[in-house]
Ligand binder design. Structure first.
Ligand code: 5AD
Ligand code: SF4
Length: 456
């Protein structure tokens, strides 16, 4: 067997794409290895969302070049592949900056990896075509042992690309226009995962709640309808989806959080900022109050839902007063968790052209303050779980012998004493303590209430 080392940066879709590339390569006689040393093929699956993510890729490529050289001196040929969004955005520029790279392949072209690799033996290759064909139709199904090795929680891409064009964001350029996979194709993948023991699926897409796939009846299905269908697959106990845009949270999807037991009470719904002026400049197409009202409707459907968001501080023109609107929104909603970033101007996006870019020191200070509030609310959410009984999906062995680690319905990491339970079981756990990153609990005694009563 030849060896491939795959390293994915950035979002969950890259994790998914990395797994699909591993599936393709497993049919080409490659097995995965955890370290680049000794690999015949090194594949960096890259992220272009912020400048720092891109710089990381070039640093990493420098290290991979050294490995390639050292292995070459011992007679082992090593190929370096750059995939993902930096490949799409920078193309051949990558090979100019790092000549050790053999192949650059974009996120919509990686189904052609076998041909491209054969060709890359002879010359340097760049393939960043945006879809002329649907790559998904060409991807081999993962082997059952590969699914099992990846665990009981899995990602399934159902939608890709984005038509929203937020003023700061490269995604519409790197991933292309919105595209939804047909329902039958998604279902075949989910069924295969479930047969190999997957219990928890996260449906992913850059704008997943805009899903509009072709149903088996020829009609267009929305995300809620797809989730109801996924919930019918034997073994699938938990369904999540990410990432969503506030404008695409329709009535059916909100109702699914009330009506569908498999729909987990967790929602990542980025708002980005709290000031209407900044939201308009970002081209988000919603105001702060529209977001608040939406959250009220979602909480009316599922009162215990854990909410999460992304925030950008220091968007061009953001004043102190604008930033205070963000803090106010964070304190009003009380997110269970959130990601926050300093604005990073991205080539080709409208916001990068704006004057009134914010000085770094101001951004640093705002990020620090925002993260302090986010952390406060995260800890408050976790502390509120202590004393309750929640259903935990056991995902792996824990830190200490006899411990098992899993996830609560709210996507919190939970550590418990394992008892006789197995990975893949869903067990009621009394939460006893909240640590800084995990909750700690014990198995509930028979008769102690299960997780469902948290909704009351
Ligand atoms: N600068 C900083 N953060 C950004 N994001 C997207 N583009 C940028 C940028 N140019 C953040 C947004 C998005 C998350 C995935 O990354 O918050 O929701
Ligand atoms: Fe980028 Fe998300 Fe806005 Fe689409 S909705 S442009 S992916 S931030």
């Amino acid at each position: 067997m030849k060896k491939v080392h795959i390293k994915s940066f950035g979002c969950q879709m890259n994790v998914y794409d990395g797994q699909r590339m591993a599936d393709i390569l497993s049919h080409q006689g490659y097995e995965e290895t955890a370290t680049p040393e000794g690999a015949d093929l090194i594949l960096l699956n890259t992220c272009h969302i912020r400048d720092r993510a891109v710089q990381k890729v070039y640093t990493e490529l420098g290290k991979m070049r050294d490995i390639k050289r050292a292995q070459g001196a011992e007679g082992q040929e090593t190929k370096i592949v750059v995939a993902g969004c930096v490949a799409q955005a920078e193309g051949g520029e990558i090979q100019r900056r790092q000549p050790a790279v053999d192949l650059v392949v974009g996120p919509q072209a990686y189904h052609r990896l076998p041909e491209l690799l054969a060709e890359a033996g002879k010359r340097r290759i760049v393939d960043t075509d945006l879809p002329v064909e649907d790559k998904f139709g060409f991807l081999p199904a993962p082997k059952p042992q590969a699914i099992r090795a990846r665990g009981v929680s899995a990602f399934v891409t159902v939608q890709e690309g984005c038509d929203k064009f937020c003023a700061f964001c490269v995604v519409p350029y790197t991933r292309g226009a919105e595209f939804s996979r047909p329902v039958a194709q998604v279902m075949a993948e989910v069924e295969r995962l479930a047969e190999a023991g997957v219990r928890d699926v996260t449906l992913i897409g850059q704008n997943v709640n805009a899903y509009h796939g072709e149903g088996p009846d020829g009609a267009v299905w929305g995300l809620a309808r797809l989730m109801h269908r996924v919930a019918e697959v034997p073994g699938i106990a938990r369904i999540r989806y990410t990432t969503s845009h506030p404008r695409d949270m329709d009535e059916d999807l909100i109702a699914a959080h009330r009506d569908l037991p498999q729909a987990m009470p967790f929602l990542h719904l980025p708002v980005q900022a709290g000031s209407d002026r900044i939201l308009a400049a970002m081209n988000r197409k919603h105001t702060g109050d529209e977001y608040r009202r939406l959250i009220e409707r979602i909480r009316a459907a599922r009162p215990d839902i854990a909410l999460s968001s992304d925030f950008i501080v220091g968007f061009p023109g953001e004043t102190d007063a604008d930033f205070e609107d963000t803090i106010r929104l964070v304190d009003e909603i009380g997110f269970a968790s959130s990601y926050s970033f300093k604005y990073s101007p991205r080539p080709g996006t409208p916001a990068a052209e704006l004057e009134a870019q914010i000085p770094r020191a101001v951004m640093d200070e705002r990020l620090y303050r925002l993260q302090e509030r986010i952390e406060h609310h995260r800890q408050a959410f976790n502390a509120a779980t202590v004393g309750r009984t929640v259903d935990v999906l056991l995902e792996r062995t824990g830190r200490h012998p006899g411990q098992l680690a899993g996830k609560s319905p709210y996507l919190q990491a939970v550590q418990i004493e394992g008892g006789t339970n197995r990975i893949g079981d869903i067990v009621p756990v009394v939460i006893e303590r909240a640590g800084s990153n995990s909750l700690f609990g014990r198995l509930a005694e028979p008769g102690e209430t299960g997780g469902e009563d948290m909704a009351a």
